[in-house]
Design a protein around this ligand. Sequence first.
Ligand code: CP
Length: 312
Amino acid sequence: MHVLSAHQFDIEEMTSIFNQADHYRKLLLTAEGRRTLAQTHLGEQICSTFYEASTRTKASFEIAAMKLGMGVFETENAGEFSSVSKGETIEDSVRILSGYGVSAIVIRSKEEGVAARAAAASPIPILNAGDGKGEHPTQSLLDAYTIKREFGRLNNLKIVMGGDLKHGRTVRSLSQVLAKYKGNHITYVSIPELQISDDIKAILKKSHTTFTETADMHAALANADVVYWTRLQRERLTKVEQKSLPKDGFILDKNALKSMSKHAIIMHPLPRVDEIAVEVDDDPRARYFEQAENGLHVRMALLDRAVMSASA
Ligand code: CP
């Protein structure tokens, strides 16, 4: 019933979510389709509680709910403007919110494990909208959906993930999704201090998904179908990690694009800071804005399933 980790989805369920997202995408194209969709969950409501900043995840979840006819109660900056700021626990908060008859609670937290704690206390579905440096499962589904739309498959792909892989929750979740499909190879590009964590490597090994780690960005790019770039998560760095950062980060710019093949695509969960130069936006391989748009359709599918499971 809850969406807590990318690990929980099998291929069959992901395929069904992607098909449902395709269906919503088509319906949203016409006024008649939009009216039909708006009747889907009339009379239902969700809570959208964000204890950490968000543009895409918050907006797309809330608009997805509205497109399906649901009402939305939202708490922006919930860490400051909810009673959590007075010391209330997340467990008490979700008990109260679920008592108001909503169908699902979307939660983003600064700390890893908060979504799981909320789920343990909640009689209605909890959707993890980003959990500290732990996981961002709904992002990984929209990422996978974007790749599937491009290549028509999610297996036998060469994926390069670059940036702050230690603190980035999107790469952690996407790695787990890709590990479900056979024949993928992941190349992680970062400095040793910010490489992907051992728990993700263990999941990859268990599923026989091959991977390499490197700091040679150009060599990695040359061999990629998908280039998934991420920002430095400055808000999560320790003082020691901040001191160890090299002066030159891994920047995707026009020069770096020369290393990539023509068929490759460039993705980024966004927000970007300076790790993808604005000049890359006009490159025909850039997909990060479409990727963000895909979040609406995937989150509509996830909310529909959550509401259906809450009413079952
Ligand atoms: N990709 C992502 O989670 O973006 P936001 O932080 O803006 O929601």
